[in-house]
Write a protein that binds this ligand. Structure first.
Ligand SMILES: [Fe+2]
Ligand SMILES: [Fe+2]
Length: 475
């Protein structure tokens, strides 16, 4: 068990003090990070005292320390899950060999690319969410937003540590570039599509944290199996924080659904215009937001057929979700996997070597996991006696990456014409009018214990505090 020395400039459990060159490199990067946070972090929040969780050590008792913190003073630390001297590489061609403590020369470029791509998503989401504090539906939600934001900042630190520690000069250049790209920027955008989309309102924020942070969970889980031990240990610790982000999303959508169901029962109607007139979000609009965030997020897993994905797996760089819990040979040569393809205007199954389908394998595991939460939202509707059910669209719906890019597919999985797509797009994806309506509901509610009209209060507060606790002091 290692405890963090908070007098250090950069709290860590990686013996930073023993590596002067690395410490200096990080201390040079830190002011640039803080200046990025000042420009692109939560808008207008610098003086707030926020009731935040800070990791003070990696053991179960220490990683969730709660106190009031001004966000620019948050201690973004570097934490690795403790190492196992005997850890082996558990999959691919190097299976059974000792895990790497340093980057193997032949895998250097691929590992750097994997780390940079993961690292890029972390500041991107902070940028996407930076205006949301101005329209928080409650003080409780505002605090949760800020918690997610500071931890995404810490995840950036985690990846930058690996770049500085293991990749020399080009690692330092990549770390700088991570502060240079901007979500949605025409000239210098973030690397992945979903991280250049806007998160303009709180329904989008909850959908994002439910679906897109869950992509984070699956990517990090696959990397936590890596034969490159420092990456495995870093991502393992990141996963402990990720769980809260998905909780914010799942409970957020659930509370929106609950409030809508309540108003529908009060008014005894499912007429969207009457429901909107009562100031809550109608269920078809929630479904369209779901369709959008789900389809944009499953694109993040990459092309369904990918030789890079095969290389990442065979080289021992990136495993499957819960790799070590599976009982196969963990090498997968000669095994096959079913992909969907388009032939004669229909979706058809096609068998390919499993190694080339590793993106699809991870995407399918993600899909199973995300469907479970949608079922829990439907329980809220069922308990309220409402017949409407939310569903995830077919995985070929609205895809921009892989086989289905450019093929119009309906949410129920039919290949359709461009005309049919155009005629139905506003039924399937949030229209400008939907977004304007949801935006019109967004007003700041920050009195302790009060909630905006369109969302139900949570069942309980954070860290066993009451729901009406003063989660943010505005000064
Ligand atoms: Fe993250
Ligand atoms: Fe996250």
């Amino acid at each position: 068990m290692s405890t963090i020395n908070y007098t250090d400039k950069i709290p860590n459990n990686v013996n930073l003090a023993d590596d002067r060159a690395l410490q200096r490199a990080l201390e040079q990067w830190q002011p640039n990070f803080l200046s990025w946070w000042g420009d692109m972090g939560p808008d207008g929040s610098h003086d707030f005292d926020v009731y935040l969780r800070t990791a003070t050590s990696v053991d179960p008792g220490g990683w969730a320390h709660f106190d009031y913190v001004k966000m620019p003073d948050y201690r973004w630390g570097i934490f690795l899950t403790p190492g196992d001297q005997d850890r082996k590489i558990n999959f691919g061609e190097h299976k059974g060999e000792a895990a790497w403590q340093d980057v193997p020369g032949e895998h250097r470029a691929n590992l750097r690319r994997i780390i940079v791509t993961q690292g890029d998503t972390e500041p991107a989401s902070v940028e996407q969410q930076r205006h949301l504090g101005l329209t928080a539906p409650s003080m409780y939600d505002l605090r949760n937003l800020f918690q997610v934001n500071v931890e995404e900042g810490r995840h950036l630190w985690a990846m930058v540590y690996l770049l500085h520690r293991h990749f020399g000069r080009d690692g330092r250049e990549e770390a700088e570039a991570l502060l240079g790209r901007r979500s949605g920027d025409d000239d210098n955008p973030r690397i992945l599509g979903a991280f250049n989309e806007k998160t303009p309102d709180w329904l989008a924020f909850y959908m994002f944290t439910y679906f897109t942070d869950r992509d984070g969970k699956f990517q990090l889980s696959a990397l936590s199996e890596s034969g490159f031990d420092p990456l495995a240990r870093t991502t393992k610790f990141m996963l402990t924080e990720e769980a809260h982000h998905m909780f914010v999303g799942e409970s957020g959508v659930s509370r929106v659904v609950q409030r809508t169901a309540q108003v529908m029962n009060e008014l005894k109607t499912d007429d969207a215009s009457r429901i909107r007139a009562a100031g809550v979000i109608d269920l078809p609009t929630i479904q369209r937001y779901l369709n959008f965030h789900y389809s944009v997020t499953i694109d993040l897993f990459g092309a369904d057929h990918s030789s890079n994905a095969a290389t990442f797996y065979s080289s021992g760089l990136k495993g499957r979700y819960e790799e070590t819990k599976r009982d196969d040979d963990h090498q997968l040569n000669g095994q096959s996997y079913k992909l969907l393809d388009v032939a004669d205007g229909k979706l058809v199954e096609r068998e390919v070597p499993m190694l080339n389908a590793m993106n699809e394998v991870l995407r399918d595991d993600y899909i199973k996991d995300s469907v479970a939460g949608v079922g829990r939202w439907n329980k809220v509707l069922e308990n309220a006696g409402i017949d409407f059910r939310l569903t995830v669209p077919h995985k070929a719906f609205n895809r921009q990456i892989g086989t289905f890019a450019g093929t119009p597919v309906s949410p129920d999985g039919r290949v359709i014409s461009e005309t049919e797509w155009a005629a139905n797009e506003a039924k399937w994806l949030p229209s400008a009018e939907d977004r304007a309506y949801v935006a019109s509901l967004m007003g700041r509610v920050v009195e302790a214990g009060k909630f905006a009209n369109w969302i139900a209060p949570p069942a309980m507060g954070i860290n066993r505090q009451p729901v009406d606790f003063e989660y943010v002091r505005f000064n």
